[in-house]
Design a protein around this ligand. Structure first.
Ligand SMILES: Cc1cc2nc3c(=O)[nH]c(=O)nc-3n(C[C@H](O)[C@H](O)[C@H](O)COP(=O)(O)OP(=O)(O)OC[C@H]3O[C@@H](n4cnc5c(N)ncnc54)[C@H](O)[C@@H]3O)c2cc1C
Length: 463
């Protein structure tokens, strides 16, 4: 198989990957950055078109402008950028298998940065798989990449800043926001001292959304969840209810919303599968978003030549990802014996602490209500690919299948086409709560290459 050599391979062209690639290339390293998406930029910059005019850019918030600056430098610099290329396996620490369009090839770098980001988590309810129920992130991608809206009126439900960002974008696109249903109470938003210290630009963005909600008279409901989405083949009606202090539904508090589009999301889970497959040590840290890649100073993982930055080391937002891209670059330069600034390193490590404090606030805000998952009606779907319901999970655990591996073998949990991307973060939380025992570090299900489906023909060597 054809093999390319480079000094550093950056997997993921989101904020952290872009910053790291640019810093390394500036020091004269031969860098390749790749991403499975058609354009670099990751979740945060997800672009409508290849470039923005200076006027369009000026109107964007600070972190977006910083991100675009790095994007331009990467695209105009000496870095090899590979779009539509996904890493499907890492072997022997530095043999990286890449699937690109209709072929696979290998990259053999000295060092690897895993900047694979995160994906959305959902609060399941009866009917969450009905067409018309979409994830807030998917709605946002749709709006950003097409400039269109799926419906003129939308209802929002969930927790965390993406809920506000999604509803705010929808208003900008001329849609009517019927209401925003917040799972938790308003008091959950209150930070502990210092938790929002490093988040100036994001706070400003938040204030902008609040102002837009006020001027459009958007209704907010707190401690309220969707208990059912109904419709004949398409969403027609959403039933909501209030929660008590233990997170249980309060009978008699139900309300109905007539709607054809419900956007829902409940925080993020780090994309750690590639790191796990490469042998990097993971840790289960609920206040950082679940399973994360464990790193030491300079963001080196437990595998000597592999570094990790951004959401994979803990869900902490765009500013943490920007900072960690820089920190990982310094860590990698140090590893290669290249000159680097000790002063910058120490100062970035100190700033990172403030971002980790913010991460705690963020992940507490998006945690599931305590009793929600294991009080779900038995017919609520948990694994959409394999049609596994909450009742199936409860029965299995009651029969003694009370580990992720046992559930996988007994129910095929996580074995469908999405390979557990959607259901596993939910199932892990369900299991920990229902069996009343936190998940142990070694209970994460193993992953094997190829991480994403690859046609067999693309793995065959060309003559
Ligand atoms: C759906 C969604 C919407 C979001 N919207 C907002 C928002 O509006 N505002 C905000 O402040 N924050 C938002 N966030 C959070 C924000 O994305 C992060 O804070 C920041 O972008 C993270 O940067 P990152 O570099 O860690 O990861 P990302 O920006 O997520 O970049 C990771 C990249 O890695 C690529 N990748 C992953 N695995 C592979 C692989 N195996 N092979 C090749 N490429 C791979 C992905 O395609 C992705 O482009 C959102 C997150 C998500 C998941």
């Amino acid at each position: 198989m054809k093999t390319e050599i480079c000094d550093a391979l950056v997997v993921g062209a989101g904020l952290s990957g872009l910053v790291c690639a640019e810093k390394l290339a500036r020091e004269g390293l031969k860098v390749i950055i790749l991403d499975e998406n058609p354009l670099p930029g990751g979740q945060f910059l997800r672009r409508l078109k290849a470039s923005l005019t200076p006027a369009e850019l000026k109107a964007k918030p600070g972190p977006v402008r910083t991100g675009h600056l790095f994007l331009e430098k990467v695209e105009q610099g000496k870095i090899r950028v590979l779009p539509l290329s996904e890493v499907v396996g890492i072997f022997d620490r530095n043999q990286v298998l890449v699937h690109e369009k209709d072929r696979t090839f290998c990259i053999s770098p000295q060092l690897i940065l895993l900047a694979t980001g995160a994906r959305e988590k959902f609060l399941p309810f009866v009917g969450w798989d009905l067409p018309g129920v979409i994830s807030t992130g998917a709605l946002q991608c749709f709006m950003k990449s097409s400039g269109l809206m799926p419906n003129k009126e939308l209802l929002f439900h969930g927790a965390g800043p993406l809920l506000w960002a999604g509803a705010g974008e929808a208003l900008k696109h001329g849609a009517k926001v019927q209401a925003i249903l917040h799972t938790h109470s308003l008091s959950r938003l209150l930070p502990k001292p210092g938790q929002l210290r490093a988040q100036g630009p994001k706070l400003l963005e938040g204030v902008g959304y609040m102002a837009a909600f006020c001027s459009h008279r958007v209704r907010h409901r707190f401690k309220t969840v969707v208990i059912e989405a109904r419709g004949k083949g398409l969403l027609e009606e959403v039933i909501t209810a209030r929660l008590d202090s233990a997170g249980r539904v309060l009978m008699g508090t139900e309300s109905r919303y007539q709607t054809q589009c419900l956007a829902t999301g409940h925080g993020f889970a780090p994309n750690v599968e590639l790191a796990q497959q490469a042998g990097c040590k993971l840790g289960f840290e609920p206040l950082l978003g679940g399973f994360i890649v464990q790193t030491t100073g300079g963001l080196q993982s437990s595998v000597e030549n592999i570094f990790a930055a951004g959401e994979v080391t803990g869900i902490g937002g765009a500013l943490k990802s920007l900072l960690e891209g820089e920190l990982a670059a310094l860590g990698m330069l140090k590893k290669l014996g290249r000159p680097f600034s000790d002063h910058d390193f120490t100062s970035l490590m100190a700033k990172r602490k403030a971002h980790l404090a913010f991460a705690e606030w963020l992940n507490r805000l998006t945690a599931y209500p305590d009793a929600w998952l294991y009080n779900l009606p038995d017919d609520s779907i948990i694994c959409r690919c394999e049609d596994i319901t909450a009742g199936d999970l409860k029965n299995a655990v009651d029969q003694g299948y009370d580990t992720p591996l046992a559930l996988k073998r007994f129910l095929r949990l996580g074995m469908g086409p999405c390979q557990g991307r959607t259901c596993l973060p939910i199932a892990y939380d369900f299991l920990a709560g229902y069996r009343n025992r936190p998940l142990a570090q070694d209970e994460l299900l193993s992953t094997r290459p190829p991480l994403k489906p690859v046609p067999l023909g693309h793995l065959l060597e060309e003559e």
